[in-house]
Ligand binder design. Structure first.
Ligand code: GLC
Ligand code: CA
Length: 535
């Protein structure tokens, strides 16, 4: 019988290479810096790392504008550094996921340069979406970039090209078989170098339909469809459901082909996780059907309020929907595109929620720095580099706050991240949050994460489904307290402002706030905290 594949309930640690550790003093993190700190990652107790893009790139969108997907950008090192990183990770029993960006290339990719030179109607242009202007000279349709402004940019001979993101990120035409062939070459290239799987960027966006159709609601479109998670969720969902360039049936054919490629690596258990912003939620499960990808991100918790009824609904929904395709859910509280959870919900709340989701079935994603409780960095507008800030002329602050480098050690900024000037400033107030400060303090969040990972592996991985328990206090699941049992552990999250006393037999093995207290089978659960009780 085949054993459970490694990824099914893996904890995956997302590293934003530019912000992790700078090995050569230029102020930007790099691959050698990651390699030299992999023991820290291993000691956290995670199973794998996911590296945000480190490929050759002009870096207009944090490396998600790829100029050569089969090489390393000099700011991060070279291919030898990538090999060394993979080798060291494997020695430490960490798997490595790379980020693959199939929706678009950078305008500095040789294909796009050739497309500009070759002119209208050329095979070079057919790798992208080049169209003539409408008779009145305006763009082919009214689609809007997710970073603000029109999704079309005009080139010198009058044609326009499509870019759902920045104008430096021309969308690829997936109806051209050369595009898939090139991506399969890229997937094999990294797999042959030892990569264990992929995070697929904008996995829902590859296929565009009805390019000649204007969006019926251009007003709504221009206001609403932004990557920025601060936008109104209902408005975003309405658009995700209706735009002709997301979540088309054709994307699934691509992932079926890729699955065959992944499976050809056999016992290595190559896995892929889709970044798919889709609506309604049931659509996400299509990406993880048996012959497609292995995981799909669930973004509900990036925006969820700290509210018991809401969390109960979204967690249940994700468990149930994934079960219909025999997949397990994924959980993420932060990533490089969203405000950090400590800032969004608060310190106590984010710790309580972390312990709650680490006990759920499925895979948990941790964004580097989350284990330190980092808030969003305090930035001046002059520091900001996110294209959504630039394209919206400052109306959208963008995602740089979540991308501030990690504080490692010492008493003054930049806390060992670099001996130079960090590419984004690290606030002096982060001194108590550094890895060094928190390693010394047995009650730090970092040590709580380490304990949580170890106890998860010991008691929860593979423990099957959850069983919601009635709240003994309110007679309702949805009022201020959420309780479930999984395997031999009862997990209690107190979302209220009051200290609660609960009566579940067993020993408290972990809690997100306050001191462990057990008295006569009763347990004290501080306000806004989670406890794990071993039955
Ligand atoms: C994804 C990435 C984001 C990037 C965008 C365009 O959503 O997570 O950082 O800006 O794709 O590639
Ligand atoms: Ca560097």
């Amino acid at each position: 019988m085949k054993s459970t594949p490694w990824w099914r309930e893996a904890v995956i640690y997302q590293i934003y290479p530019r912000s992790f550790y700078d090995s050569n003093g230029d102020g930007e993190g790099d691959l050698a810096g990651i390699t030299s700190h992999l023991e820290y990652v291993r000691d956290l107790g995670v199973d794998a790392i996911w590296l945000s893009p480190f490929y050759t790139s002009p870096n207009k969108d944090g490396g998600y504008d790829v100029a050569d997907p089969r090489d390393v950008d000099p700011r991060y090192g070279d291919l030898e550094d990538a090999k060394a990183l993979i080798k060291r990770a494997h020695e430490l029993e960490l798997r490595v996921l790379a980020d693959i960006v199939p929706n678009h290339f950078s305008d500095q990719h040789e294909w796009f340069k050739a497309a500009l030179k070759s002119g209208r109607g050329s095979s070079e242009r057919s790798r992208f979406h080049f169209y003539d202007a409408k008779p009145d000279g305006t763009p082919p349709n009214n689609w809007v970039s997710l970073f603000g402004g029109a999704a079309w940019t005009q080139v010198s001979d009058g044609q326009f090209y499509l870019h759902l993101f920045d104008s430096s990120q021309p969308d690829l035409n997936w109806e051209n078989p050369e595009v898939n062939a090139d991506f399969e070459t890229t997937l094999r290239f990294w797999l042959d170098l030892g990569i264990d799987g992929f995070r697929i960027d904008v996995a829902h966006g590859l296929v565009k339909e009805n390019i000649h159709v204007n969006h019926p609601d251009p007003e709504g479109l221009s206001d609403a469809l932004r990557l920025d998670v601060e936008m109104d969720t209902d408005a975003r969902n309405a658009l995700l459901e209706s735009v002709p360039y997301f979540d088309r049936q054709g994307v699934h054919e691509i992932y079926r082909k890729w699955r065959t490629l992944f499976d050809s690596y056999g016992a290595r258990d190559v896995m892929a996780v889709a970044e798919a912003w889709v609506h309604p939620p049931v659509n996400a499960t299509r990406y993880v059907r048996a012959d497609e990808l292995h995981q799909v991100f669930n973004f509900d918790l990036l925006t969820a309020p700290f509210h018991s009824g809401y969390l109960f609904e979204v967690i249940n929904r994700s468990n149930q929907l994934n079960a219909t395709v025999n997949a397990l859910p994924t959980w993420a509280l932060s990533n490089h595109d969203s405000p950090r959870v400590a800032s969004r919900l608060g310190a106590l709340e984010s710790q309580a929620l972390a312990l709650f989701v680490f006990a759920l079935p499925g895979s948990a994603y941790i964004f580097a720095g989350q284990e330190l409780g980092l808030p969003d960095g305090e930035l001046q507008d002059s520091d900001r580099q996110d294209p959504s800030f630039i394209r919206s002329k400052g109306a959208i602050k963008g995602r740089d706050g979540a991308r501030v480098p990690l504080p490692w050690s010492g008493n003054s900024t930049p806390f060992g991240f670099t001996v130079g000037t960090p590419w984004l400033p690290i606030n002096q107030s982060w001194q108590p949050l550094s890895v060094e400060s928190q390693s010394r303090d047995s009650k730090s969040l970092l040590n709580l994460y380490r304990s949580a990972m170890a106890l998860r592996t010991e008691h929860l991985t593979g423990a099957g489904e959850i069983e919601w328990l009635e709240s003994p206090l309110h007679g309702s699941l949805r009022e201020g307290l959420l309780v479930f049992k999984r395997g031999s552990v009862t997990i209690v999250m107190n979302l209220s402002e009051q200290i609660l006393e609960v009566d579940y037999s067993g020993q408290v093995i972990l809690q997100s706030a306050g001191d462990l207290e057990n008295c006569d089978g009763k347990h004290i659960v501080p306000a806004r905290s989670t406890v794990w009780i071993l039955n």
